[in-house]
Ligand binder design. Structure first.
Ligand code: AMP
Ligand code: MG
Length: 487
């Protein structure tokens, strides 16, 4: 049996969809992490790949049997400006496998050398972004968020030129597909409606097969993507996650979180929080993510207009109808999730008001997002508010909020509320200052901190008393102010 049971379909699409290119070999690769658990779920030969032979594949030194390495073409709006020609500049799709769950997934190398889409880039990745994407994407998966996964992280033994010379790495990403809004835009911008149609049919077959039976499958595709994005972004927000670079080339049609560049989890809550050093105007700030998701979906809808109806006016009307559902779906998901965070299962308008009051108190009191929600369950259980109050720089607002909150949750519902809150509010998130430490150690060749943080983050909702250092908020000198793209 070959180590990867590849069954490739994207490579059979028309020529303009991709360019064939082989990975660039690595000088002296070392395996940092191979995700055996994920490999098993994907139906790969786990032991066969957890070996020197596996390292050859995951470093790009050898092309596995059945692979058909391609760089995918796409376009995209980056920070609002349209680039008609982006594409995989530092990534290569090796091929697709169908996992034990029957789901087809892409296996992609990231950082394995230049492609025809590299433009001025070198097609490489420094080790830092490899480590970062591994930790963040696996943490998101354990938190229950739809996301691409990490199959392997390799140090290449080569140096890459960034602000300084840095050790290089190759990351192996697994995704339900790499079709982005930007992939549709690539063809739409060229007026190539035949290929927009081919892509839409492919996306329907792969991600929304039920819409084939709809009266208007392309409209149903649009509605499907809208629903997934609306819920995904609510899920991010409920965890204090800031994606950081919600360009249309980084928005997956499958509804998975993709492209872990400058993303970060907030420590202290603030709705205008931004981490990415290149997001100067706060376009992708925490609370902007909902509206930006809508903006991105409008760009998606634009590419589908000629498919939705021959009568343009009618097509626009239908697309607008689908888009109008976005604020509703997103808002509902956000309200439900935030209500659950404070122990309320079926929420009303007043509960949203209660949530808003808490968030205002948190913003004013610079309170840690994750710790507040987690410690609220402890307060409800014990009746002791001290720990929660200690998280606020100014405790006035939170003291009165705790009183209103307790009035909202009847005594006999408290045990259920506590259990609900502990299921939804994590103890552990990949704290920025810890991730930075893990990366710094990896640059020194020490991968132990990387392994311990991954182990803790596999059970983010579970108290792990031996791992409190990963639970705590940064002290002022540890706070990470900004993050950088993987480039
Ligand atoms: P991103 O900011 O990661 O979404 O990437 C935006 C575009 O830049 C994509 O087309 C990437 O393939 C390309 N890109 C980013 N980094 C590099 C690199 N080091 N070499 C070549 N292309 C790159
Ligand atoms: Mg990208």
């Amino acid at each position: 049996m070959p180590p990867f049971p590849f069954d490739n379909t994207y490579a059979k699409l028309p020529d303009l969809f991709f360019q064939r290119v082989d990975p660039r070999p690595a000088g002296s690769p070392v395996m940092i992490q191979f995700n055996r658990d994920l490999a098993g779920k994907l139906g790969l030969d786990v032991d066969g790949l957890d070996s020197p032979e596996g390292l050859e594949y995951f470093s790009g030194n050898r092309i596995p049997e059945g692979a058909d390495p391609i760089a995918l073409a796409y376009a995209g709006h980056q920070f609002g400006g349209f680039s008609p020609q982006l594409g995989d500049g530092r990534a290569l799709l090796l091929g697709e496998v169908v996992g034990q769950d029957g789901v087809r997934r892409d296996i992609q190398l990231k950082g394995s050398g230049p492609t025809p889409f590299s433009r001025r880039g070198d097609g490489l990745s420094a080790l830092g972004p490899v480590i970062r994407e591994y930790v963040l994407s696996e943490a998101m998966a354990a938190l229950g968020v739809p996301t691409t996964r990490a199959l392997a992280a390799v140090a290449t033994g080569d140096r890459v030129a960034r602000e300084s010379m840095l050790p290089g790495g190759v990351f192996t990403r697994v995704a339900q597909s790499h079709i982005r809004i930007g992939t549709f835009q690539f063809f739409a911008a060229r007026g190539d409606w035949g290929n927009v149609g081919a892509l839409a049919d492919y996306a329907i077959g792969r991600h929304y097969p039920e819409t084939r039976e709809a009266d208007n499958p392309y409209l149903a595709l649009l509605a499907g993507v809208i629903e997934k994005q609306a819920k995904l972004i609510a899920h991010w927000m409920q965890l204090g996650f800031i994606h950081g670079v919600m360009n249309t080339d980084n928005i997956s049609i499958s509804g998975e979180t993709i492209d872990y560049g400058p993303c970060a989890f907030m420590d202290a809550y603030h709705p205008a929080k931004v981490f990415s050093s290149i997001d100067q105007n706060g376009r992708y700030a925490y609370a902007q993510q909902g509206p930006i998701g809508h903006w991105n979906l409008v760009r998606f809808a634009e590419t589908l207009i000629p498919l939705i109806d021959n009568d343009q006016e009618k097509a626009i009307e239908l697309a607008e109808g689908a888009l109008d559902r976005y604020p509703e779906i997103h808002g509902e998901a956000l309200r439900a999730r935030y209500a659950e965070k404070i122990g309320i299962e079926s929420n009303s308008e007043n509960d949203w008001e209660l949530v808003q009051q808490l968030l205002s108190a948190m913003a004013a009191g610079r309170a840690d997002f994750t710790l507040v929600f987690r410690h609220l369950s402890g307060a409800l259980e014990s009746g002791d508010d001290e720990l929660v109050e200690s998280l606020f720089s100014d405790s006035g607002a939170i003291v009165s909020w705790m009183k209103s909150w307790r009035e909202r949750i009847p005594e006999d519902e408290r045990a259920n509320a506590v259990a609900l809150m502990r299921r939804i509010n994590p103890v552990f998130i990949p704290r920025n200052h810890r991730v930075e430490e893990v990366i710094a150690a990896a640059y020194q060749g020490d991968y132990k901190p990387f392994r311990s943080i991954n182990a803790v983050l596999q059970n983010p909702f579970l108290e792990q008393s031996q791992s409190v250092e990963y639970e705590l908020a940064p002290n002022p000198s540890e706070v990470v102010q900004s993050t950088f793209c993987g480039t």
